[in-house]
Design a protein around this ligand. Structure first.
Ligand SMILES: [Zn+2]
Length: 105
């Protein structure tokens, strides 16, 4: 997994080239869904495939970055208007235990 704009392989620092792309569903507020395109890059050296994640989504989370950050910082709780059902309370409490790289917050 790499972030958008990265040009070298996180495993061996080899050069990455475009491989193909996949679609991924990103959930927004009130359960809205948006399909985004995620490029897959292949390393020319070790041939590993890396997914390129846009800035708006955090690794392995299917919610918009603002929502995840809001929950993590306590600005959004299950009592916040518009967020009663999405994300679920379980999901929210899980996010509190994550450790995000400071650059993403
Ligand atoms: Zn590599």
């Amino acid at each position: 997994m790499i972030y958008e704009g990265e040009i070298s392989c996180p495993v061996c620092s080899g050069e990455l080239k475009y491989y193909d792309h996949v679609h991924r569903i990103m959930k927004g507020k009130e359960g809205t869904k948006q399909i985004i395109e995620v490029r897959r890059m292949q390393c020319k050296k070790c041939h590993k495939i890396h997914r390129e994640l846009p800035d708006e989504i955090l690794p392995y989370l299917h919610y918009e970055r603002d929502i995840v950050v809001g929950v993590y910082n306590g600005w959004i709780t299950p009592e916040t208007l518009g967020f009663e059902d999405y994300p679920s309370e379980t999901t929210m409490s899980r996010w509190h235990h994550l450790h995000f790289p400071p650059t993403l917050l």
